[in-house]
Design a protein around this ligand. Structure first.
Ligand SMILES: Cc1cc2nc3c(=O)[nH]c(=O)nc-3n(C[C@H](O)[C@H](O)[C@H](O)COP(=O)(O)O)c2cc1C
Length: 160
């Protein structure tokens, strides 16, 4: 990792639990790389490592939920940031949205989305999705990615 790469944490990002589903199962992972990319229609984009288990379900199901975490929810960010967990979805209260994507009931706000496009972006895939429903579940301030420190162990993912 080069010295300047630590400066990327100054690009302001939130922390989200992205819920995915296919016909058989639901799953979720923590993501920081989420942003709005269109007003009309309202489109959000997220960047996902195609090696994540969540990616297979996202491809097959074509739906996702984007659940905004609050500053008090470091535990949830860490839990859904782990892979290979049995019963990952046993943590949190989940409810299926219109699209079939799982909504995290503890989140501040959720967006229920349908995937509308995909683009290769280096070692990730950029997923563009259309918001079909959204709701506010709790009051609070959104968590910032910069507050999660080394939780995602991303220092090891840069080239030397
Ligand atoms: C704070 C934080 C932010 C993360 N942001 C992303 C992200 O934007 N995109 C991504 O693909 N993975 C991101 N990750 C990593 C995934 O959450 C992690 O690899 C997870 O284990 C994938 O779960 P799965 O394999 O069960 O789908 C992040 C992890 C943390 C802790």
């Amino acid at each position: 990792m080069q010295e300047w790469q630590s400066l990327l944490k100054y690009i302001t990002q939130g922390v989200y639990v992205v819920g995915v589903a296919d016909a058989e199962q639901t799953h979720a992972f923590t993501a920081a790389w989420v942003m709005q990319v269109s007003f009309s229609p309202v489109l959000l984009a997220l960047s996902i490592n195609p090696e994540h288990h969540s990616y297979q379900l996202l491809k097959q199901g074509g739906v996702c939920s984007i659940n905004v975490l609050s500053q008090q929810q470091m535990g949830l960010a860490a839990h859904f940031g782990q892979s290979g967990l049995k019963d990952k979805m046993a943590v949190g209260q989940w409810q299926l949205a219109k699209t079939g994507a799982p909504i995290l009931q503890e989140s501040l706000v959720y967006f229920d989305c349908k995937v509308s496009g995909e683009l290769a972006a280096g070692d990730h895939q950029l997923i563009v999705c259309e918001v079909v429903a959204a709701g506010k579940l709790h009051d609070g301030l959104p968590m910032l990615y910069s507050e999660t420190g080394t939780m995602d162990a991303s220092d090891a993912l840069y080239d030397e």
